[in-house]
Design a protein around this ligand. Structure first.
Ligand code: CTP
Length: 401
């Protein structure tokens, strides 16, 4: 990994996570980046400008009205200098001001004056993060191409638990490395399937499952962050398309998912099957709503669906194949059996139940591949997805490169 001679403007806004931005500067410089720091007034209440000056080896800017700093490198010049602008932490206030194009301090002015891609790493209390005003501002920023990194979930400085923790410095550094094409999956085409499938019984009823799609969507986002060109094939879920995903194909049934995956996998390097594909579908779909007939058995006939992963594995040329195995018991045994039976390169196994799995925010996975395994401990799905993608990239390189 390298950021040699890359010019990164780090904006620091007011929040307790500002202390983590100090380590971020070090990590960016360790990879050879030139870092210049612009702080908001309130950020200086958490960490002093002198700290960032020492860590970056460059003067730190706080005010638009600093004559000596303007004489050395004017703010327009600084905005043009940057190849990437990263605001970490990005407070609710700074996100609001950016969303509405304010230029009432140095940092927001720099963002308007810079043509460089803008990355924001939000950090705030979980209640603030969930507020519709904050989410509406983020939606506006995303629409304009701003990349939102995180936040993670977990315990917060204020004592709350929830979403709103800034991503760790190494995760932010990795996102910047990937943005320059140096990610672990740079130049790779990756297809990810996610969510449940619905198999229609009649116009109002279907057979579905409890998959929320969150794990698969997090995997798609992590693969994009690692530099891959990602196609996301999504079953029926109400989730927004993750940042950086190049193409999304929405499907409903297993048959539709198979067709979309087959099409997307032509020429792809890696397929990650995170979808919970329904194994059976009704033999016929009634074109009118079935009416209740008291005392009578519905007589629903089910037929087997095609296995998407096994279908890909049977082709002579196929992508590196990663499956998921959600099990309620004997996880290791079933996972290893699926790895072998479906002809996979890797399988990510998890136990469903006990607060983990389908409907929870956290997950824990054990990865198996021919001849090896690795535990990924309990973590929010987003963090786990990044760890999984790292391992997929490493195995892919070992087997295919
Ligand atoms: N899978 C698939 N096509 C199917 C069923 C499953 O591609 N028709 C994929 C899933 O996307 C997942 C993996 O196979 O990556 C394992 O799914 P799972 O439902 O656990 O496996 P099954 O083979 O259906 O086994 P079982 O339901 O008996 O546990």
């Amino acid at each position: 990994m390298s950021l040699a001679n890359r010019r990164i403007l780090l904006g620091v806004s007011g929040g307790i996570a500002a202390y983590k931005a100090c380590e971020l500067v070090r990590r960016l410089r360790d990879l050879g980046a030139e870092v210049r720091v612009a702080m908001t007034e309130s950020a200086t209440r958490f960490v002093s400008a002198a700290t960032f000056q020492a860590l970056s080896g460059q003067p730190v800017r706080v005010s638009l009205w600093d004559e000596s700093a303007e004489a050395a490198m004017g703010h327009i010049e600084l905005a043009r200098w940057a190849e990437r602008v990263l605001i970490a932490p990005a407070s609710a206030d700074v996100l609001a001001r950016l969303a509405h194009g304010h230029a009432d301090d140095l940092l927001t002015t720099l963002c308007l004056a810079s043509a460089a891609p803008l990355y924001v790493a939000p950090a705030m209390n979980q209640q603030m993060w969930a507020h519709p005003a904050v989410q509406a501002n983020l939606a506006l920023l995303r629409q304009r191409g701003v990349v939102v990194l995180g936040p993670a979930a977990g315990s917060q400085a204020c004592g709350d638990v929830g979403s709103g923790r800034m991503l760790e410095p190494h995760e932010l550094r990795d996102a910047l490395v990937a943005s320059f094409g140096g990610g672990a999956l740079a130049g790779r085409a990756v297809v990810v399937s996610a969510g449940p499938t619905y198999e229609d019984i009649d116009p109002v009823r279907f057979i579905g499952n409890r998959s929320s799609g969150r794990m698969g969507f997090a995997v798609a986002e992590a693969a994009a962050q690692a530099g891959a060109t990602v196609t996301l094939v999504a079953g029926p879920v109400g989730l927004p398309t993750p940042a950086g995903v190049a193409r999304r194909l929405d499907v409903r049934s297993a048959a539709q998912m198979q067709a979309a995956v087959q099409e997307a996998c032509a020429g792809a390097d890696i397929y990650i099957g995170a979808a919970a594909v329904g194994d059976y579908r009704p033999a016929t779909v009634a074109d009118r709503k079935l009416k209740k007939r008291a005392g009578a058995d519905l007589g629903l006939q089910l037929v087997e669906n095609p296995d998407i992963l096994a279908g890909l594995a049977a082709q002579t040329v196929h992508p590196f194949l990663v499956g998921f195995a959600a099990e309620t018991h004997d996880v290791a045994m079933y996972a290893q059996d699926k790895l072998q039976r479906k002809g996979l390169d890797m399988i990510a196994a998890n136990r469903v139940g006990g607060g983990l799995g389908f409907e929870s925010a956290d997950n824990a996975l054990t990865l198996y591949w021919p001849g090896g395994s690795l535990e990924l401990n309990r973590a929010p799905k987003e963090a786990l997805a990044r760890a999984l993608v790292e391992q997929v990239a490493a195995r892919y390189r070992a087997v295919r490169a």
